[in-house]
Design a protein around this ligand. Structure first.
Ligand code: KIV
Length: 292
C-alpha cells in the first residue's frame, strides 16, 4: 500500500474526458476510477483527484441491500446519478445502465442512455456484454453518447454464469473474450471494464485493443483500475471479493461512533452545554410570567 497522501487540489482541476482516457493509455499512465452513489462521496473522490466516477448498479447491493444487481431500476440509478453529478465536477462521470434498460431493443437502449446524460448529469454510460451488445453500442455512440463496455464477470448475468465467478479461464473462453473486446472497440466503445478475468489475459487484451481497459480483479496489466468504493472503505460487510484491497474499515468506525453516541445519550453526557441553545434571563423571566 502506498504512503498516505491527501489531495486537496481537485475542484480546479481540468475536466476528465474520454480523450483524457485515450491520452493516458497512450502515455502508459494508469486511469483511476471508483464508484459513488451520493453527493459527499462524489465530492471526496473528486477532491482526491480520481479520474472517473462510475455510478455503478452495484448500488443495488452495497447501498440498497439487494442480493445482486438485478432489481435496481433506471429511476433509482438516475436519482443517485444526479446526487453524484452535484458533488463531482472534474471526474468523467459514467452511469451504469441497469438490468433490462438496454437488453430489450436498441431503441430502448438509446433512449435510456440518453436519460443518463439529460436527466442524470452523466458524461457517459456503461453496459455489460460483448458481441450481443454491438448494435446497441453502435446506436448509442452514433448519438454522441460515449459508451464503456464491460466484459468478463458481468454481474447482471449472474444466473447465466452460475454465480459471481471468474471468467475467461479456458483457451476458448479467453479467445471469445478477446474477440468481444475487439467487437466493442469496433462498435465505438471508448473504454472497457474487464472484471474477474485472468491477469495475463487482461494484459493481452489491453495490448491488442486501442481503447483503455479498466480492470477490477483483472491484474495490473490493464490501463486503469476501478473498485467499488464501499469495498475499499470497508463499508460493505456482507462479503468482500478477493481482488479488493480494503483501505479503511468504516463499518467498524461507524459502529464505534454509534455505540459511543448511544452511551452518551443514555448517561446524559450528550447534549452538553455547548450543544444547547440558550435564551436570556430576561426573556426567560418574561416567559414564566406569561405562563403563570
Ligand atoms: O456496478 C459496478 O460497481 C460495476 C463495477 C464493478 C465495475 O460495474
Amino acid at each position: 500500500m502506498s504512503t498516505t497522501t491527501v489531495s486537496t487540489t481537485s475542484s480546479q482541476r481540468k475536466k476528465v474526458t474520454t480523450l483524457t482516457f485515450r491520452q493516458k493509455k497512450e502515455r502508459g499512465e494508469p486511469i483511476t476510477m471508483l464508484t459513488a452513489y451520493d453527493y459527499p462521496t462524489a465530492m471526496a473522490i473528486d477532491k482526491a483527484g480520481i479520474d472517473s466516477i462510475l455510478v455503478g448498479d452495484s448500488l443495488a447491493m452495497v447501498v440498497l441491500g439487494y442480493e445482486n444487481t438485478l432489481p435496481v431500476t433506471m429511476d433509482e440509478m438516475l436519482h443517485h446519478a444526479r446526487a453524484v453529478a452535484r458533488g463531482a465536477k472534474a471526474p468523467l462521470l459514467v452511469g451504469d445502465m441497469p438490468f433490462m434498460s438496454y437488453q430489450v431493443s436498441v431503441e430502448e437502449a438509446l433512449r435510456n442512455a440518453g436519460r443518463f446524460l439529460q436527466q442524470g448529469g452523466m458524461d457517459a454510460v456503461k453496459l455489460e456484454g460483448g458481441r450481443e451488445r454491438a448494435d446497441a453500442v453502435r446506436a448509442i455512440t452514433g448519438a454522441g453518447i460515449p459508451v464503456m463496455g464491460h466484459l468478463g464477470l458481468t454481474p447482471q448475468s449472474v444466473h447465466q454464469l452460475g454465480g459471481f465467478r471468474a471468467q475467461g479461464k479456458t483457451a476458448s473462453a479467453a479467445k471469445r473474450l478477446l474477440e468481444d473486446a475487439q467487437i466493442l472497440e469496433e462498435a465505438g466503445a471508448f473504454s472497457l471494464v474487464l472484471e474477474a478475468v485472468p491477469a495475463r489475459l487482461a494484459e493481452y487484451i489491453s495490448k491488442h485493443i486501442s481503447i483503455p481497459t479498466i480492470g477490477i480483479g483483472a491484474g495490473a496489466g490493464c490501463d486503469g483500475q476501478v473498485l467499488v468504493t464501499h469495498d475499499l472503505l470497508g463499508l460493505f460487510e456482507r462479503f468482500t471479493p478477493k481482488f479488493v484491497r480494503q483501505y479503511a474499515n468504516l463499518h467498524e468506525t461507524m459502529n464505534k461512533a454509534f455505540t459511543e453516541y448511544l452511551n452518551d445519550v443514555n448517561t446524559k453526557q450528550f447534549p452538553a452545554a455547548e450543544h444547547t441553545v440558550e435564551m436570556t434571563d430576561e426573556e426567560w423571566a418574561a416567559f414564566q410570567k406569561e405562563v403563570k
